[in-house]
Structure formats: C-alpha cells, structure tokens
Design a binder for this molecule. Structure first.
Ligand code: CTP
Ligand code: MG
Length: 229
C-alpha cells in the first residue's frame, strides 16, 4: 500500500526576514549543514516509509527545488502553491492519481523530523485511524489572556501539534472537498475534524521543530553537527 507525502514548501519565510514575495529565496531552499531544508525533510520522510512525494512550491523555484532532489529514486511530482498553507495543501491533493490509502502532509520547514515519527504516523493510519497527528507536551507555563487580566492554563492537558500528519486518503480528500470558506485552519487534522473525523495522537519529537526564525537554523545545525538529529 503506497504512502504519498505532500510536502508544502510554498511559503515566503517572512519571519526569517524575507519579504512576502520571498525575496532571498524560499525557506525550503535555505541550507542546514549545506543541505536544503526541503531535501532534509524528504530524505527523512522516505526513511520513515514514504513511497511517493508531491512538492508544493512557488513556480519560480520549482527548477531549483527539483535540482536539490536529484538522485532520489522514487516518484516526485511538483505543483504550485497557493496564498495560504491550506490552499497549498489543496493544490497538492489535486495532482494525486486516484485515492492513495495513506497520505501524509508535511511542512518542508520541519527538516529534522525523525524517521521513527514518520513511521509511527503511518502505522497509526494503517492501524485504522483516519486522522493522525504527532504531538509533544509543552515546556513553558501557559496563560490565557482575557479582556481583563489573564489566567493560568493547566499545561499537563495541552499538546503542541507537529507534522507529518497522516490520513486515510479518502478522508483527507473528502475533507478538502468540503472545506468551509469562512474558517481559518492552521493544520490538516482540523480540516478533517470539521468533517467529523476523530483525531488520533501519537508521540512527536522536539527534533521536528519548525524552522521559523533565524536562530532556529543555529539550533538545528548544532543538533545535526552533534549527531543528535
Ligand atoms: N506554506 C505553503 N504555502 C503557503 C504558506 C506556507 O506551502 N502559502 C508552507 C511553508 O513553505 C512551510 C509550511 O507551510 O513549509 C509551514 O509554514 P511556515 O512555517 O509558516 O512557513 P512560511 O509561511 O514560509 O513562513 P512565514 O510564515 O514566516 O512567512
Ligand atoms: Mg507562514
């Protein structure tokens, strides 16, 4: 049963210091220990059991992205990104052939995701969960800000949500076909949940952090150099 991964790489990297037009080139092509984030991410997805990849990117960077994936010995399809991450995922779903039994959706910006997390997500989908997310517990104390003051929130009941998120293919495709126009979704599991899917949680990893600000590169590079990621 093939596992298809949609890798979203069409963002601008504004929090890295890029203009919204993607000035210095997309975040996914920025290098970590000499290797673009996109390549790290896809290598790890493949190590975790992915058989096919769809890369969603801005058309002007497609050629460069294809070049960084040279030598990968499985099918890679490209398609164009949209204005939001949700639009980009939807574009990725449009180029799938048929309905793959397992679809993963992964941020190119999470280059150090451990292969074990990828295979854990795949195993949970194969085990019958239609929507699977990797999560980690929170480190900091958390407060909810209210109109007048704030209140502490019990951290032990909260989880931070990562990618790759895994889906039964029919569930994900159907959920994106019924996407409500007026709701902002920040991940794909919530799109499926809006159509009634139950969300299953598996253990994620601190190594799957999303490269967002410039110092994240320093941290990720140090982890790689130390052999910890
Ligand atoms: N993404 C995408 N299409 C968009 C927006 C985001 O494919 N329209 C992708 C990004 O390329 C990234 C992932 O979604 O791999 C998570 O987004 P984020 O970390 O926010 O990346 P950017 O949107 O590029 O960064 P920023 O928000 O700082 O501009
Ligand atoms: Mg963004």
């Amino acid at each position: 049963e093939p596992v298809v991964a949609i890798v979203v790489a069409a963002g601008s990297g504004v929090r890295l210091g890029n203009s919204s037009a993607g000035g210095h080139g997309p975040k996914a092509l920025r290098k970590l220990s000499g290797v673009p984030l996109l390549r790290h991410s896809i290598d790890r997805l493949i190590a975790g059991g992915v058989d096919r990849v769809v890369v969603v990117s801005r058309p002007e960077f497609r050629k460069q992205m294809r070049a960084t994936l040279a030598g990968i010995d499985l099918p890679i399809t490209f398609t164009d990104g949209g204005a939001t991450r949700t639009d980009s995922v939807r574009n990725g779903l449009r180029v799938l052939e048929g309905v793959p039994p397992v679809i993963l959706v992964h941020d190119a910006a999470r280059p150090l995701v451990p292969a074990e997390v990828v295979s854990r997500v795949i195993a949970a989908v194969r085990g019958g969960s239609s929507t699977v997310i990797p999560v980690i517990s929170l480190i900091d104390s958390v407060r909810a800000v209210e109109p007048h003051g704030s209140r502490v929130v019990d951290r032990s009941g909260l989880r931070a949500v990562q990618t790759p998120q895994g889906f039964d293919g029919a569930t994900l495709i159907d959920a994106y076909d019924h996407l409500p126009a007026d709701t902002l979704f920040t991940d794909d599991a919530s799109v499926c949940e809006a159509q009634g899917s139950e969300v299953a949680l598996v253990e994620g990893s601190v190594l799957s952090m999303k490269i967002t600000r410039p110092h994240d590169f320093l941290f990720a590079e140090a982890l790689l150099q130390a052999g910890l990621a």
